[in-house]
Design a protein around this ligand. Sequence first.
Ligand SMILES: *Cc1c(COP(=O)(O)O)cnc(C)c1O
Length: 386
Amino acid sequence: MTQAQKKQDVQMPIQFIDLAAQRARLGTAVDKAVINVIDHGGYIMGPEIDKLEKQLAAFCGAKHCISCSNGTDALVLVLRAKNIGPGDAVLVPSFTFAATAEVVALVGATPIFADVQEDTFNLCTRSLAQALQVAKDKGLTPRGVIGVDIFGQPADYSEIEAFCKANDLWLMSDAAQSFGASHQGRKVGTIGLATTTSFFPAKPLGCYGDGGAVFTDNDELAEIMKSLRVHGKGTHKYDNARIGLNARMDTMQAAILIEKLKLFPQELIDRQKVAERYEQGLKDVATTPLLRQGNTSSWAQYTLKLNGGGRDAIADALREKGVPTAVYYPKSLHQQTAYKDFPSAAASLPVSEKLSQQVLSLPMHPYLDTATQDYIIDCVREVLSN
Ligand SMILES: *Cc1c(COP(=O)(O)O)cnc(C)c1O
């Protein structure tokens, strides 16, 4: 089939993430759930919150789930619960979304940037060791590591855990992109002292607004975070035991997530199928994502590494054919204006720097039909071979 013939079977415009297709699949379930909340009136911490937390904890096998306002506040809740502040250092990857480092600076501590691996784009333990030394050299107290599961694949936690244990650091997993994935048989949500996630609409499990959650098996930490998310409440609402924040999830978002969670297991299977089809169709023209043995991914993004240069021209050519792409992330954090003065593991972080020039993400969602995907593959192949 020619590209023009393939295009005839494709519904234009192609969506990068197709929330409308998911909405069609959901039918009226979400509408009913939202109207139910409007009618029962428990808009803040209504019954759906507790129900969702129990379902999410059961989904991944964590003891506690603390729902909250978004994935960024989820990170803040853990840092505040661990009393992280001025003089403390937290080691983070540079190739990630800003929130991972932002929260460390926000609580007054110092983020130290480590480099990532060329094949998985996730934290490199060798660079972590250098970051730890930098923290010590600067007279900071190293407290913990935030591992990020970039694009949906868990970081190399077995190695990172050993590093944390050897150096008396806690491990937090920023799983904003990887809820639903697993590492060596362990579900995301059960790794480290605490795992955070985001339900931003474009994440693998998204709500219709902002939302997030923290997972932990630690009873004491869970209690503190439940207090922190409601202004540091003590035994009752107007008893302030600690300085907290307003970080609750809206009941309506919980009601939406309860319905979306029902589709989520099948969506994970369908995302994996999309990833496999891309892999088959593109592995000889670009570097396709490597899934480390023992990992499953929730495929938040399907990100190619371009072998040559010319990314902008490639993205433009694909856009002209109706294929949307995105660049996550065009700049690593240690190169961003807001973060460039924080320390890094080394004078340069070559892998993060190179990746930010090479990566290109393709449309990825569970409702990508094979005709559309074959058209995308055809277009990418043509553009990359020109
Ligand atoms: C999206 C994201 C966050 C922040 O989540 P929000 O819900 O948007 O606050 C944090 N870390 C990573 C890696 C993310 O991708």
